[in-house]
Design a protein around this ligand. Structure first.
Ligand code: NAD
Length: 497
């Protein structure tokens, strides 16, 4: 067990000064990994001051210099990839196969992408639109970015926030989730080791109401980027409104998974199992609501139930483990509550529906759970559960499937399963979500945007779209005539000879 500093501010590592601390607990075992002294509002101010002081230098560093620093960061993280994977596994309860094959390599690939993006800063115009002025579009960094991240992918979420911001010349203060701060703190240290100047990347770990609100409310913070629940996103947006700050929100999801009558059933069943259980279902794009054509429902339910029953729950550091625990005891109880209440709504729990016993009961595990028989209005169908829980509902016509799939306030991700080209084309148009997969569900790439519609928020992570979000457009208009008296002046006053 360690007692770690809570803050990396301007290159210095500091304890938090709130007088409160939090134990970082391995949810697979209950072991305390570390104790973090939580940050106060004053600590947040120290980080913001460091970011503001670093902004003039970093924002005027050449794109090549910023790209070189990011390239060195990728190498630094690569050299510690196993350690990152192990720490991420322990603090978040992720199976080691997931952290070594997805979280860490995905993060390194993100860094490589944004190292390239840093050198592709472009404006659209350079021309004389009225014949008398040359217009130039500049894309400039915004200033100090305040970012707040969730616990489900602590390293990747830190990357998605930090990389586009600093590639574009901003400086940043990141607040990770208080229960999973360790890899974000490692990352802040590695930014320094890679030669990113002190103050460009600052990390402050504290609670949402104290550190999070202080960060959003700090007048020196020009932009707020937030990933987390829709409820907290609403609060963040309200606070940011006071300062008319640019806001970027990646919020909750409730992704539909639509299986048409002409689907490859085996592919759909395997896809549903993987997409509903990834990261123990604690993934904002996870498949949560399977709408299956009535002719396939029985076979689909039987196939998913069969695969669910074979999923291996076990120690997270064992490469044979498929499914790890939920992130905390509190969250495990929350997920169990949703499933328990679904029984009262008429739901049938086909498999799962409880925590495993024996050795695993020390951890926050929950069995893969398949529920049928619920109406569209049921809580389990409409609310974000964030656990290894899939509901299956039947449909009869394509129109009905699209209506049901689109019938929640969220719109982060969706998938359609069909072998028909026209049905696939119709599905990609009809499904209202920031990402629509056809015959797959989950894969992401650094080059393509991630972000929601509706109450899943706005703004994009990853890709050139997210790079653009961390810049602001300036129009520069330069007189090219050299005239002392301009013809347009007559609209204001009459020229005298
Ligand atoms: P959460 O909203 O509870 O917390 C997210 C972050 O906000 C944490 O760092 C927390 O400390 C902070 N916070 C809490 N209260 C705050 C306040 N009043 N002011 C400022 N900050 C505050 O979310 P969570 O439980 O950590 O994460 C799960 C949620 O994140 C799910 O809803 C999931 O869908 C969402 N998520 C979305 C995406 C996406 O890209 N859309 C990605 C990952 C997770």
């Amino acid at each position: 067990m360690y007692v770690s500093d809570a803050i990396v501010a301007g290159g210095r590592s500091l304890p938090g000064s709130s007088g409160e601390s939090i134990d970082v607990v391995n949810p697979a075992t209950g072991a305390v990994l570390d104790t973090i002294e939580l940050a106060s509002a004053a600590d947040v101010g120290t980080c913001v001051a460091a970011a503001a002081a670093a902004f003039p230098g970093w924002s005027t560093a050449t794109p090549a210099d910023r790209a070189a620093a990011l390239t060195r960061l990728a190498a630094t993280i690569q050299a510690r990839a196993d350690e990152y994977a192990r720490v991420e596994t322990r603090q978040a309860g992720k199976p080691i196969r997931l952290t070594t094959e997805f979280d860490v390599p995905g993060s390194i690939d993100n860094i490589a992408f944004f190292a390239g993006a840093a050198r592709n800063l472009e404006g659209k115009a350079s021309a004389e639109w009225d014949g008398a002025h040359t217009s130039i579009i500049r894309r400039e960094p915004i200033g100090v970015v305040g970012s707040i991240a969730p616990w489900n992918y602590p390293l990747q979420m830190a990357m998605w926030k930090i990389l586009p911001a600093i590639a574009a010349g901003n400086t940043i203060v990141l607040k990770p989730a208080e229960i999973t701060p360790l890899t974000a703190l490692m990352l802040a240290q590695d930014c320094l080791a890679a030669g990113i100047p002190p103050g460009v990347v600052n990390v402050v770990t504290g609670t949402g109401p104290v550190a999070g609100e202080a960060l959003v409310g700090d007048p020196r913070v020009a932009m707020v980027s937030f990933t987390g629940s829709t409820a907290v996103g609403r609060r963040v947006m309200e606070l940011a409104t006071q300062g008319i700050k640019r806001v970027h929100l990646e919020l909750g999801g409730k992704a539909p998974f639509v299986v048409f009558e002409d689907a490859d059933l085996e592919a759909a069943v395997h896809g549903a199992v993987a997409a509903s259980l990834i990261n123990a279902g604690q993934d904002c794009t996870a498949a949560t609501r399977a709408y299956v054509h009535r002719s396939l429902v029985d076979a689909f339910v039987a196939g998913v139930a069969d695969l669910y029953a074979g999923v291996v729950l076990g120690p997270t550091e064992d490469p044979a483990t498929d499914l790890g625990p939920l992130v905390s005891r509190r969250h495990q109880e929350r997920v169990a509550g949703f499933v328990d209440r679904s029984r009262a709504d008429g739901g049938t729990v086909v498999v799962g529906g409880n925590a495993p016993g024996g050795e695993l009961s020390r951890g926050c595990y929950y069995l893969p759970t398949l529920v049928t028989g619920l109406p569209q209005a049921a809580e389990l169908v409409r609310s974000e559960v964030f656990g290894p829980v899939l509901v299956v509902l039947p449909f009869d016509t394509d129109d009905e499937a699209f209506d049901l799939a689109n019938d929640t306030p969220f719109g982060l991700a969706a998938s359609a399963w069909t072998t028909g080209v026209f049905r696939a084309l119709r599905a990609q148009r009809e499904l209202r979500a920031g990402c629509v997969w056809i015959n797959d569900h989950i894969p992401i790439v650094s080059e393509m945007p991630h972000g929601g519609f509706g109450q899943s928020g706005f703004g994009k992570d990853m890709s050139g779209y997210s790079f653009d979000e961390y810049t602001q457009v300036k129009h520069v208009s330069m007189d090219i005539t050299g005239e002392t008296r301009k013809s347009w002046h007559r609209t204001v006053f009459t020229e005298r000879p």
